[in-house]
Write a protein of this length. Structure first.
Length: 537
């Protein structure tokens, strides 16, 4: 018997040693530093003290009614607030500082020369944040179980609230890692840390507000639409989480590597997921036509933000990236827009917005084609308004992103560039397009109360609201649908030389020295067999 126990212990020790050898070393390093830090010790101690105080205070307030009363919801709200502060404020800010500190102290160069990839570095730091979250959860979980025994709160509600808190903390942690990679300058790090702290406290306040309004106690777990909505939210969560995670990875990847293709693939996958959900809702739920307005608005906002960031990329491709470019006809026709570059990013965003318009029109056509089989047809005026709305969204995106790209190209010639400049230029152009006509109309006594006019044609929000809020097209619609596409065509033509320049990049041969080094790093276990080349390569 003793031999069996000792043998089992030996096998467990070997298994733990095997796991320790394969655990991300960044995770081990970060967890050791975090558990020895004063911040963790103080936070964990305060979490236990606050939980203990609230337990004593809550029981004292309930008094004899604790045995037969319904006080679980009140106690759970207190424990939720105690747990929310470290998960929504302390852990994400610690993730931010873990990577920002590497940038400030210039210690990231030591990590970059190791065998660890940028994805392993970011993943290890995120995993250490998860470990810290689990420690805080384990400390407060007995208290959460205690609230279920007091009645007034269901066990699924407790699990759902804690799960939402955990995934929210995870999302803010990966955002903190991305923010930590944005700049290595001391003054920018201070500004970014202040903005992040303000955002984290707002998230903490919103979480407490939801708890005190009893949102977590009225969750309809038995309704089908609730789980369908939860699946939609999880789809958005997973895709945007992957986008932010790989954006952080791209930020710490060396400049000559391909930082864009994976991110653009995720953006395209997000678009496909959104289209899939909208198609399912239209086919299964029979919604109002306003759902297509929501879809077109979301697609326009998504591609505008993504396009604004992509146009901040460098127009020059490194030799390393050019050795990986597609060279077949199909590859160059469809995959060129996934290559790094501001002009290809501009085209990628414009094509995404136009694809949303085409898919909306296709959905309307399919629905109207099957209207005779019991499906209520949509009003013709509403269909025209939706299609006009989508066309104007695409036009505004092409115009404003194209103007921003022209400004950025001019600034690059003057020696300025980078994603930070793109973040400033694009919102500035949008603010000018909105603010100038609005100020003119408000300062004019004759036009102040006239409502919408063609003077506001550069204001996308007011113009689109004028189109989308009416059952039929307004009187200004014919001019809008003429002038804005014409302006979009002019801006696109002005950007066409830059697009052609980036499209003309072709794959170059790998130098012999580089091929030999790659062969040494990745030796083949057996001789290469002849394979058929992919038509996309």
């Amino acid at each position: 018997m003793s031999w069996g126990v000792s043998g089992m212990a030996e096998r467990c020790a070997r298994g733990l040693a095997w796991a320790a050898d394969r655990i991300n070393p960044i995770l081990v390093k970060e967890v050791r530093q975090a558990l020895k830090s004063r911040q963790f010790v103080v936070t964990f101690a305060l979490l236990l003290i606050c939980g203990w105080i609230w337990s004593i205070l809550g029981l004292a307030i309930m008094g004899p009614e604790a045995a037969y009363g319904v006080h679980g919801a009140d106690m759970f709200a207190g424990y939720y607030v105690i747990l929310a502060f470290p998960l929504l404020v302390i852990v994400p800010f610690g993730a931010f500082r873990s990577l920002a500190g590497e940038q400030e102290d210039r210690t990231y160069e030591l990590l970059s020369i190791t065998a660890l990839s940028p994805r392993q570095i970011v993943g290890g730091k995120l995993a250490s944040a998860v470990v810290e979250m689990l420690i805080y959860l384990s400390a407060i979980s007995p208290c959460l179980a205690f609230t279920y025994m007091l009645r007034g709160v269901s066990f699924p509600s407790v699990l759902f609230a804690v799960a939402c808190l955990f995934f929210t903390s995870l999302a803010f942690s990966v955002i903190g890692l991305l923010v930590g990679t944005l700049s290595s300058e001391k003054h920018w790090q201070v500004v970014l840390s202040v903005l992040l702290v303000v955002g984290l406290f707002l998230a903490f306040w919103l979480a407490c507000r939801l708890m005190f309004e009893g949102v977590w106690f009225e969750i309809p777990f038995g309704e089908t639409w609730f789980w369908q909505g939860a699946a939609g939210w999880m789809t958005a969560y997973v895709t945007y989480f992957a986008l932010v995670f790989y954006a952080a990875v791209a930020r710490i990847t060396f400049e000559s590597d391909n930082r864009s293709t994976r991110l653009r693939a995720i953006m395209a996958f997000q678009h496909v997921c959104c289209v899939g959900w909208i198609a399912w809702i239209v086919a299964a739920v029979e919604p109002a036509i306003e759902l297509l307005l929501v879809f077109l608005s979301f697609a326009g906002a998504h591609w505008y933000v993504m396009g604004a960031l992509m146009t901040g990329e460098s127009p020059r491709l490194s030799l390393r990236v050019r050795r990986q470019l597609p060279q077949s006809f199909l590859g160059r026709a469809f995959l060129t827009w996934f290559n790094p570059g501001p002009a290809t990013g501009y085209m990628f965003a414009a094509c995404g917005s136009l694809a949303a318009l085409v898919l909306a029109g296709l959905g309307i056509w399919i629905r109207e084609a099957f209207a005779g089989s019991g499906i209520r047809p949509w009003n013709a005026g509403e269909i025209e308004a939706v299609l006009a709305f989508g066309a104007l969204v695409a036009c505004y995106l092409v115009i404003y992103l194209g103007l921003g790209l022209l400004v950025l190209r001019l600034l690059r010639r003057l020696g300025q560039g980078g994603w930070l400049l793109a973040v400033i230029v694009h919102p500035a152009l949008l603010a000018v397009g909105i603010g100038v006509p609005l100020v003119i109309q408000l300062t004019s006594a004759a036009m102040r109360s006239a409502g919408y006019s063609l003077l506001q044609i550069s204001n996308p929000f007011w113009t689109l609201a004028e189109i989308g809020d009416r059952p039929t097209l307004p009187l200004e619609a014919p001019l809008l649908l003429t002038l804005l596409p014409l302006a979009a065509a002019v801006v696109f033509v002005l950007n066409l030389p830059g697009i052609v320049r980036e499209v003309r990049y072709v794959r170059i041969a790998t130098p012999r020295r580089v091929a030999e080094e790659d062969a040494e790093l990745h030796p083949e276990t057996r001789p290469a067999e002849p394979m058929r080349a992919s038509p996309w390569d």
